[in-house]
Design a protein around this ligand. Structure first.
Ligand SMILES: Cc1ncc(COP(=O)(O)O)c(C=O)c1O
Length: 441
């Protein structure tokens, strides 16, 4: 199998690649022009002080994968440590009446307010992204009877494509696949060219997981509505890094994960958004007791709760909802506009260094060069990046690898410095020069 770094593992799980030699000193190796530029950008960074709020990681040179799993905040360490004694042990089952029952909608409202441009009563925290995606997509096609097509794109994240294939098989529907330029993403013309009176639902990612292309949410949403269909946006790579305005764009449905730029921790639950005016039209397929009008009536038949609560199925993941509270507070304090500005500055810096120092080694930038349509990561391409990524992990530089040849440089605006990026990219260059990163070895 392959690990998240893309390294091939032996049956016992140990990395096959085990190059000898000391870990190179990134601080010493960083070219002076790059180091000076990074230092100047750090000195001018109004959000630089937020870096100290995160737990330090021993041996880490550069964390370049916050778009996969955000780093923990110190406040989260304290919150988790205190939870067992102060809440769980002391309040026990009484805590359900003291906040736990309301946590999915209360936290959903906070995510909506801080990152989604969504008024209260439309966002809920529950399930995994995959399960929430299924629930909302299935509810959407059920709300458009007589329409037998779903529109999606071949570059979307596997879970999105797989969930739709399951729904299409279940409902006898056809998926109309858009095949976008992999270096970019889905355009409004792509969508307008394929939607019709047969379309029930269009599912797209706002920020493409490979290229980081940012789709035109307002225009695409209008094109979908012109065809009488519903749109579902996957916001996994947007929430907490790229601001969106769901209400202003009249978006119908959205889902996203909370473990990337909302720093909710591994396996943290997803959020789902359902526009208020649609809520009474949709019937979600996983009818559990926690989404019922009165869960503790233990009644004979399912009666959905009013409003966004009906999109809950089972017991709220209380522990999993703890860490994201800290990041949401920090994001609100910093302001999403400032967070986006830092994200843009970081991705610009990656492209600048890649052009100057990595291009001579055969590396190509595979993300949009226009910052207006680029999310919070930059994908670099090189045929040897699978082996290179595995070596970099050993050296304390942590990007991730996406087949066939992409290295994603993820930039978490509040926890990443320009100097960290400079050192990380310096070791990318070193790794490409290192015979340990050669598959021929
Ligand atoms: C665009 C996108 N959708 C969905 C998911 C994951 O879904 P889940 O949270 O169920 O693992 C990811 C994970 O990285 C993703 O990037």
């Amino acid at each position: 199998m392959t690990t998240p770094s893309g390294a091939t593992t032996a049956p016992g799980g140990a990395p096959v690649l085990d190059p000898a030699g000391a870990v190179p000193d990134a601080a010493v190796l960083t070219p002076p022009d790059v180091a000076e530029r990074a230092a100047a950008l750090d000195a001018a960074d109004p959000l630089a002080r937020y870096r100290d709020r995160f737990v330090q990681s021993p041996g880490l040179v550069a964390y370049l994968d916050g778009n996969s799993l955000g780093r923990p905040l110190r406040a989260t360490r304290d919150r988790l440590a205190g939870f067992v004694d102060d809440v769980w042990a002391s309040r026990l089952i009484r805590a359900w009446d003291e906040g736990w029952m309301d946590a999915p909608t209360e936290l959903g409202d906070t995510i909506g307010r801080v990152t989604l441009g969504a008024a209260a009563g439309q966002t809920v925290v529950a399930d995994s992204t995959t399960v929430m995606l299924y629930k909302l997509a299935r509810a959407a096609v059920g709300a458009r009877p007589g329409r037998d097509e779903i529109v999606a794109d071949t570059e979307n994240f596997p879970t999105d494509r797989f969930v739709l294939e399951g729904i299409a098989a279940e409902r006898g529907m056809t998926i109309r696949w858009i095949e976008p330029d992999p270096a970019l993403g889905v355009t409004v013309d792509d969508v307008a060219g394929v939607v019709s009176e047969r379309t029930a639902l269009v599912l797209l990612s706002h920020v493409a997981f490979k290229s980081a292309f940012v789709a035109d949410m307002p225009a695409i949403t209008r094109a979908v509505h012109d065809a009488g269909a519903l749109v579902l946006w996957d916001l996994c790579h947007s929430a907490g890094a790229v601001p969106v305005e769901l209400d202003a764009c009249a978006v119908d449905l959205a889902v996203g994960c909370t473990y990337k730029f909302l720093n909710g921790g591994p396996g943290a639950p997803a959020f789902g958004y359902v526009a208020r005016e649609l809520q009474h039209q949709l019937r979600q397929p996983v009818q559990g007791w926690m989404g019922a009008a009165d869960p503790f009536a233990m009644g004979p038949a399912y009666e959905p709760a009013a409003g966004i609560r009906q999109f809950i199925s089972g017991t709220p993941p209380v522990v999993g909802m703890l860490p994201m509270r800290d990041m949401l507070a920090v994001l609100e304090e910093a302001g999403m506009a400032a967070v986006r500005a830092k994200s843009v500055a970081l991705t610009e810096f990656v492209i600048e260094v890649a052009d100057r120092k990595l291009a001579p080694l055969g590396v190509e930038v595979a993300s949009p060069r226009d910052a207006a349509v680029r999310g919070s990561h930059v994908t670099l391409e090189h045929p040897r990046f699978q082996e290179t990524t595995a070596l970099l992990w050993r050296w304390g530089v942590v990007p991730d690898f996406r087949p066939p040849s992409g290295m994603r440089i993820g930039l978490s605006p509040l926890s990443t410095s320009f100097t960290e990026v400079a050192r990380g990219l310096t070791l990318v260059a070193e790794a490409l020069r290192d015979p340990g990163a050669s598959p021929a070895r």
